[in-house]
Structure formats: structure tokens, C-alpha cells
Design a protein around this ligand. Structure first.
Ligand code: PEP
Ligand code: MG
Length: 849
């Protein structure tokens, strides 16, 4: 440690007018100044700036006498951290600085031996462990039992530290400041705070405060108090008080008297010190009003008088945060806009889904990607069929698969949760799970999935069999054994109120990706402004349709194919009519058929036999045809618009179903303007060809029905080439919607279904900052999006631009889309509220700027 003392302009006594600010001295220092301005009984406090603390960490001592000059001689001091954001953490507070043998003797006179010795002992131990960095075992076996233990503790210190316990206040203060400043600069602390969003150069301030011991002859003690319940956000005075009059145990925290739930072991604070309790309530209400937040007060009571040591924002659950924000507006304390800014969009998903209770013990048996939030418990099943039987018996089940495919949809509907060995954030299970609001963990590759033996084996060798109960926590990607306690989803009036305020600020649209009437209803309930992506292929997996679909796929002649499609037409028409009706005239964007046809064909022997029977063909024939349709790289093969060009009857049927449903739904309800979207486009010619056929179908339906209608035709931009040629493509489209799942896959050359196997290694080693299927890669994929929007708008200024890949529900990715000039984002129905709030916050932030 150098002896050069740095100038003391960064050592500031906190007074109402002192130059103290959060960006230079931290939130705690600023808050204490606000309390001083409110004339609250705050003990003398000195703030040290970020700059001076950094200098201390680097070895330059501050002017210790200058700090001490603000305190009465003999005052004990405490030091607390004061970072810019309390969530960034900081070193623990160190109390009772100044305790030494002489001070101990004095306090024995005024407070009694027991209290004085206990204070000194606690300081020696805290100093030894946190400042001198001695082994905590040094004090093993030394009980807090008076003078004897004090001598033992001082001896143990001297032996271990090879010097006597420091008696000089200046030395103690300098050492504590140095150890706290250096703790902030340590690697672990740095990484932890950066994970919570702190910048690399985040500073630490320190506050040095006169101790109010809460010790004396009248009613004395210390505690915390707040005016709301941290879990619900409902008004309720709550806190904890350790009364000295309750004996030594109370000082150690064993005999706390609760304010409201009376502690059977002792009286409440209200009974012990009615005036102090009244003052505390008045102080807390004043802080709430003037600091414009629900605060927890830390206080001591000395001989019946209250001292306010600190105020921090109350710890709050997502549900409480929302209710607190709304209540503060209703009480005229903050504006609706401020309330909108105060709720973390992601925290909303906690409200929208059941969660494992924070207090529940967690027996973690595996981990994967948190693909769809919420938690659910059920018995393990290993196939979609078993999931359906289980649901029919009324048994909750967890569907465990290596990975899911469209054939599993009905099983997923029946299951309470899904767990897969493979897959990433945009794998089939993840996308469908989010769409259904079904908790889902994917890519749990460290567990062994023995599907034949119907077992999963955990990394530590535990075996879970069919029928065993597990819990899937899709919020954090954990798989738990058994059925921990859950907290139910809660959507109350506060939620609706806050969302209405958010919508008033929002400046781009939010739609939902919805494939089924149930999805559409959820989207409508969450006030989505339309459907941005309806993946029609899911509709063909219903039992009655699959066989017809397979007949269509097997048809050799166009007429046979048409005949099969004619059977599917009324079913599709009914699907679309229902969607249009639920959405009540809001736009519905229907994507034409996208997946490779062989996804609809059976893969196992039994399935092949059934199909042979249905088609009256030999099994060998069916097997050969199925094998012939296999592709080496199906995601880059015969799918999307390529099917539309080569097997155009499918799109003809879908277009007809859409237009007939438009007429039917408009007849009985709000007028419908459907949107028809072509997937996997890479050239303008593809759009021209499909558009000509869709136009022809529209003309035919108009003529047959004698009813006019309009529709919008759009292109799903999900290949890099479509981005680069967006100007040409835009000339044939009313809208472009970016399918960033496939676009990410193709930009990186990264399989969305297989990347889960190595994604965590990639992220851990910093190869990718995040899973690009989860968080939009703004540098690479984002550049393609920017190029595409700019070229498309140049060619067609009024074209509508949106995103419908999974990134559309991610707040950071939404920021990118809004900055790039998108008209709306579309995401899974359960993420619609998150997106609404995220956009409102972005708009408000821009306004503030
Ligand atoms: C996409 O590729 O981004 C998309 C939305 O379509 P899908 O996930 O169905 O391929
Ligand atoms: Mg796609």
C-alpha cells in the first residue's frame, strides 16, 4: 500500500446539498442523501466516490483523517457497498469498525459486559475473515461466552495473522476500505456482475456510516420494515425486529419478533415500542411517496428512538413488481409510463406459466435448454400414443423423446411437458412447446435416453422408468425428480392495466404465431393484433387427415392427387374459417405448405403395414416408395415453394380453402382480408409462378361464389439469397416476413435440429455470444435483414416488413427489428405480452432520449 494520499474531493459528507450522484457514488449513497433530504433520522454518513475506491483498490490510500473528521471521536463505524445498480452486488458490509480493547472496556460500563463483548467478538471475526483473509476455522470452538472467549479470539488472531489484532481506528478503516475495494475488482465479482448486465468498468462507491448500535437501557434493537408483501405486492406491513430486551438470542437473530404474524416467543414491536413503530410507518410511507418506490427500511431503535440506517428497493417477485408499479400509479406517485418501464418484460413469463416454487427443494436430475417456460410434473411416457392414453386416464404425463417430429403433435397436446435428448431453441419440440404454452426442455444430452428399455439414466447413474414422476422446468432448463411445490400462473387486473398502458406507447405491431384454434384463442386473449404465421402443415396430422394426405403423396396421376386433395379441402376450409372467426377481422397470415412430404410418411414397420393396408398395396411397394422419397438433406430439399412449383395442386387446394373460408367468415362476422405467404423462396420467378396460380384460384372462387374479396400475397424470407434479392422479390409481394429460424440455419450452415449437441460448448467457450437460434445474430443474420429491408423498401416503399421466426418474441431481438424499421413482430402466443411490453419500453426510451 502506497502512502501517498489522494485528494479528498471524492470524500463527501452526505448532506441535503452535497454533490452526490448515482453514477459517481452509487445508488446507496444517493438514496441515503434522499433520506437526509426528507429529514429522516439518518446517522452521519460519508460517501466515497467510484474514483477514489478504484484508487484504493490500486493501492493508494484515501485521506483517512479527512474521513474520520466527520465523525464524533469514539464512534463505531460501518462500511457498505454502493454500486450503481443494487443488483450488481458488491462486498458485504463490515460493521463495528473502531472496536478495540479500550472501547470494549468503555462499552462494558455503558452497555454491560455481555453486549460489549459480543460486539467486539463479532468484529474480530468479521475482520479476520473478510479483511485479514484468515481461515474461518481459526475461531472454531470459541463460543460467544464472555471475557474468556474474547482473550481466546484475540490470541487466535495473533497466532494466525502473526501480529496483534489492530487497535488503531485509522488502520482498521484503511484495511476495511482496501479489502472491500479489492473484492469488487476480483474476477468472480466482476463476472457475476457482468452476467447481470453491469458494464466492464462498473464502479463501486462505499458509504462510511456512524453505527447506531441498537443497544442501551430502554427498548433497543434493530430490524427491517416494508409496506408491501414481497411475493404478492399487496399492501402489508412486514419485517423483522431483533429486540435487545428479548435477550442475547435476539441479538443473534433467533428470537425475532414479527410485526404482524405475532411471534409466539415474544411481543411485537408495536407492543414493545408503540411510538417507534408509529414513526417507522410514517417514515416508510414518506419514503414510498417521495422516493417513488416501495422501499425496505433498515433501522435501529435506541432507547425508543428510531434511526434509519438504509433504504433499499424491496425484493419482489415478478407478480409483486407488476402490482407495485400499478399501485404506485393509482396512488398518483408515478406515471403510467414509469410503471411500464419498471417491469422487466421477461418477468412476465413467470406470471403466464406455473413455476416451481422458489422455496421448494430441487432434486435436479438433468439439464437442457429452457425451450418453453413454465414447469409441469407428470409420469414419464416415451411415445405420443402413451401420452394420449395417459391423458385419457386423467394422468398428467411428461413426454420423453429423443426429439419430436410432427407425428408427435397429438402426444404433445396430451402431455403436461416435453423433454428431449436432442434439439435446440428452434427445434420442433421447442417451437411447438412455446406455441402450446407447454413447458419444454430440449437437448438434455447428458442424460441417457434408452427409449427401447423405456428408461432415462441421469449423469450420476440414477435410473428413471416409465411411470416415474418427474418435473420439467422449462424456465431454467432443469429436470427435477418428483413433484416439487408449484406456484400458479396469475393474470390479474394489474396485468391487464399495465398492458393497456404499454399498448398506448407501443409503436410497432405484435402478432402471434398460431396454428390451431386454441392457439388463436390464446393469441386473441393476449391482444395479439393478428396472426403473423399460421403453419398449415400441422393441420394435416389429425388422424382423419393423415391417411388422405398419404394417399395424396402416393398418387401417381394428377387426377388421383386432386381427388385426395378434394377430400382435404373442406377440412382446411373449416380450419381457416375457425381461425378467421376467432380473430374477428384481424389479419391472419397463412403460410402455404412448407415441410418435405416424407415427414407425413410412417417410419416404423407397423406404420408401413397400416399404410399398405389403407392403400391396398403390398408392404414392399410402400416401403420402397417411402425409401425413395427420403432425402439426404431434407431441410434443403423438396420443401416450401419447391413443392408449390413441382406439385402445384397442394397450393391450389390451400388457396381455394383460404378464399372460400374468407367468404364464409366475412358473411357472418367482420370482413376478412387474408394474407397468403409463400415459404422458402429464393428467386423472384418462384413468386411469379405461385402468385399467378393463387390469383387464378382467387378469380375462380370469386366467379363461382359471385362474391368479391381481396387478399394480400407475401413472401417468407428465410434464405440468404432471398435477402440479397429482396428488391426483385418485393415487386411481387405485399409483404415480406423474415423466417429467422431457417435464415439463421442457412446463414451459419448450422442445423437447427442438431446444433443443441454442441451449442452449450460453443457458448461456454465464447465462440457464439449466445445461441443464435435464441438471440438474433445482429451482426451476420442481422446484416442480411438490414440489406433486405433496405432493398425491398427501395423497390416497393409501402411493403410491410415483419419477423415470424422465434426471435420475434425475444426482447433484444425485437429491439433490432424495431430499429431496422419492421412494421410488426410475430411470436408464440404466450410471448405476446412480453413483446408488447418490450416494444413499449423501447418506444418510451426513444422518447426520453
Ligand atoms: C422460420 O424458419 O423462421 C419459420 C418461422 O418457419 P419454421 O420455423 O416453420 O421453419
Ligand atoms: Mg422456416
Amino acid at each position: 500500500m502506497q502512502n501517498i494520499q489522494i485528494e479528498d474531493r471524492h470524500i463527501t459528507l452526505i448532506t441535503p446539498s452535497a454533490p452526490v450522484a448515482t453514477p459517481t457514488h452509487g445508488g446507496r449513497a444517493k438514496c441515503l442523501q434522499r433520506l437526509v433530504r426528507l429529514d429522516l433520522p439518518v446517522p452521519c454518513t460519508v460517501a466515497l466516490s467510484f474514483d477514489i475506491v478504484l484508487q484504493i483498490a490500486r493501492g493508494t490510500l484515501p485521506d483517512i483523517p479527512a474521513i474520520l473528521s466527520h465523525f464524533d471521536p469514539g464512534t463505531l463505524l460501518c462500511i457498505r457497498p454502493s454500486s450503481e445498480d443494487p443488483d450488481w452486488g458488491g462486498p458485504g458490509a463490515v460493521l463495528n469498525i473502531g472496536m478495540n480493547t479500550a472501547r470494549h472496556a468503555e462499552l462494558c460500563e455503558t452497555l454491560g459486559n455481555e453486549a460489549a463483548t459480543s460486539l467486539y467478538l463479532r468484529f474480530i471475526q468479521a475482520y479476520a475473515i473478510h479483511v485479514a483473509r484468515l481461515d474461518p476455522d481459526t475461531f472454531d470452538g470459541i463460543a460467544d461466552n464472555g471475557a474468556l472467549s474474547l482473550t481466546e479470539a484475540l490470541d487466535a488472531y495473533e497466532e494466525e495473522a502473526e501480529e496483534p489484532f489492530p487497535q488503531d481506528l485509522g488502520r482498521q478503516l484503511a484495511d476495511v476500505l482496501t479489502s472491500m475495494a479489492r473484492a469488487w475488482e476480483g474476477t468472480t465479482a466482476r463476472l457475476l456482475r457482468q452476467a447481470k448486465g453491469a458494464p466492464v468498468d462498473a464502479g463501486l462507491g462505499l458509504v462510511v456510516q456512524a453505527m447506531k448500535l441498537g443497544l442501551g437501557t430502554g427498548e433497543c434493537g434493530s430490524g427491517v420494515l416494508q409496506l408491501v408483501d414481497s411475493d404478492t405486492g399487496l399492501p402489508q406491513i412486514t419485517g423483522r425486529y431483533l429486540s435487545q430486551s428479548q435477550g442475547r438470542d435476539a441479538l443473534e437473530g433467533d428470537a425475532a419478533s414479527l410485526f404482524l404474524e405475532r411471534d409466539p416467543r415474544g411481543p411485537s414491536l408495536e407492543e414493545l415500542a408503540p411510538e417507534a413503530f408509529r414513526d417507522l410507518k410514517i417514515h416508510a410511507a414518506l419514503m414510498r411517496r417521495r422516493l417513488r418506490a416501495e422501499m425496505q427500511i433498515e433501522f435501529t431503535i435506541e432507547n425508543g428512538h428510531v434511526h434509519i440506517l438504509d433504504g433499499v428497493r424491496v425484493r419482489r417477485s415478478a407478480r409483486a413488481a407488476l402490482r407495485i408499479a400499478v399501485c404506485l400509479v393509482e396512488d398518483g406517485i408515478i406515471t403510467p409510463q414509469e410503471a411500464v418501464m419498471r417491469v422487466e418484460p421477461r418477468a412476465l413469463s413467470e406470471l403466464l406459466h406455473r413455476q416451481v416454487s422458489e422455496d421448494a427443494p430441487r432434486d435436479v436430475i438433468g439439464r437442457g435448454m429452457p425451450a418453453s417456460p413454465g414447469a409441469a410434473t407428470g409420469k414419464i411416457v416415451f411415445s405420443a400414443a402413451e401420452a394420449q392414453s395417459s391423458a385419457a386416464r386423467g394422468d398428467a404425463c411428461v413426454l420423453v423423446r429423443r426429439e419430436t417430429s410432427p407425428e408427435d403433435i397429438r402426444g404433445m397436446h396430451a402431455a403436461s411437458a416435453v423433454l428431449t435428448e436432442r434439439g435446440g431453441m428452434t427445434s420442433h419440440a421447442a417451437v411447438i412447446g412455446r406455441g402450446l404454452g407447454l413447458p419444454c426442455v430440449v437437448g438434455a444430452a447428458r442424460m441417457k435416453f434408452h427409449l427401447r428399455r423405456k428408461q432415462i439414466v441421469t449423469e450420476d447413474g440414477r435410473v428413471f422408468r416409465e411411470g416415474d414422476v418427474i418435473t420439467v422446468d422449462g424456465t431454467n432448463g432443469e429436470v427435477l425428480s418428483g413433484a416439487p411445490e408449484m406456484v400458479e400462473a396469475t393474470l390479474d387486473d394489474s396485468f391487464q392495466t399495465l398492458m393497456a398502458w404499454a399498448d398506448a406507447e407501443r409503436d410497432i405491431g405484435i402478432r402471434a404465431n398460431a396454428d390451431t384454434p386454441a392457439d388463436a384463442q390464446t393469441a386473441h386473449n393476449f391482444a395479439a393484433e393478428g396472426i403473423g404465421l399460421c403453419r398449415t402443415e400441422h393441420m394435416f396430422f389429425e388422424a382423419d387427415r393423415l391417411t388422405v394426405m398419404r394417399e395424396m403423396i402416393f398418387a401417381d396421376a394428377t387426377e388421383d392427387r386432386r381427388a385426395a386433395l378434394d377430400q382435404l379441402l373442406p377440412m382446411q376450409r373449416a380450419d381457416f374459417t375457425e381461425l378467421f372467426t376467432i380473430m374477428q377481422g384481424k389479419p391472419v397470415c397463412i403460410r402455404l405448405f412448407d415441410p418435405p412430404l416424407h415427414e407425413f410418411l410412417p417410419t416404423d414397420r407397423a406404420g408401413l403395414r397400416d399404410l399398405a393396408e389403407a392403400l391396398a398395396l403390398p408392404v414392399s411397394d410402400v416401403t420402397r416408395r417411402v425409401e425413395a422419397m427420403g432425402e439426404y438433406n431434407p431441410m434443403l430439399g423438396m420443401r416450401g415453394v419447391r413443392l408449390g412449383i413441382t406439385v402445384p395442386e397442394i397450393y391450389d387446394m390451400q388457396a381455394r380453402a383460404i378464399f372460400e373460408a374468407t367468404i364464409d367468415a366475412s358473411r357472418n362476422g367482420d370482413p376478412v382480408v387474408p394474407e397468403v405467404m409463400i415459404p422458402l423462396v429464393s428467386t423472384q420467378r418462384e413468386v411469379e409462378i405461385v402468385r399467378a396460380r393463387v390469383d387464378a384460384v382467387a378469380a375462380a372462387v370469386r366467379a363461382e361464389r359471385g362474391v368479391n374479396f381481396t387478399y394480400r400475397l407475401g413472401v417468407m424470407v428465410e434464405t440468404p439469397r432471398a435477402c440479397l434479392r429482396a428488391d426483385e422479390i418485393a415487386q411481387h409481394a405485399h409483404f415480406l416476413s423474415f423466417g429467422t429460424n431457417d435464415l439463421t440455419q442457412m446463414t451459419y450452415g448450422l442445423s437447427r435440429d442438431d446444433a443443441g449437441r454442441f451449442m452449450s460448448d460453443y457458448v461456454q467457450q465464447g465462440v457464439f455470444p449466445e445461441d443464435p437460434f435464441h438471440l438474433l445474430d445482429v451482426d451476420g443474420v442481422g446484416e442480411l435483414l438490414r440489406i433486405a429491408v433496405e432493398r425491398a423498401r427501395r423497390a416497393s416503399p409501402d411493403i410491410t416488413v415483419s419477423i415470424c421466426g422465434e426471435h420475434g418474441g425475444n426482447p433484444e431481438s425485437i429491439r433490432f427489428c424495431r430499429n431496422a424499421g419492421f412494421d410488426y413482430v410475430s411470436c408464440s402466443p404466450f410471448r405476446v405480452p412480453v413483446a408488447r411490453l418490450a416494444v413499449a419500453q423501447l418506444a418510451l426510451r426513444d422518447k426520453m432520449r
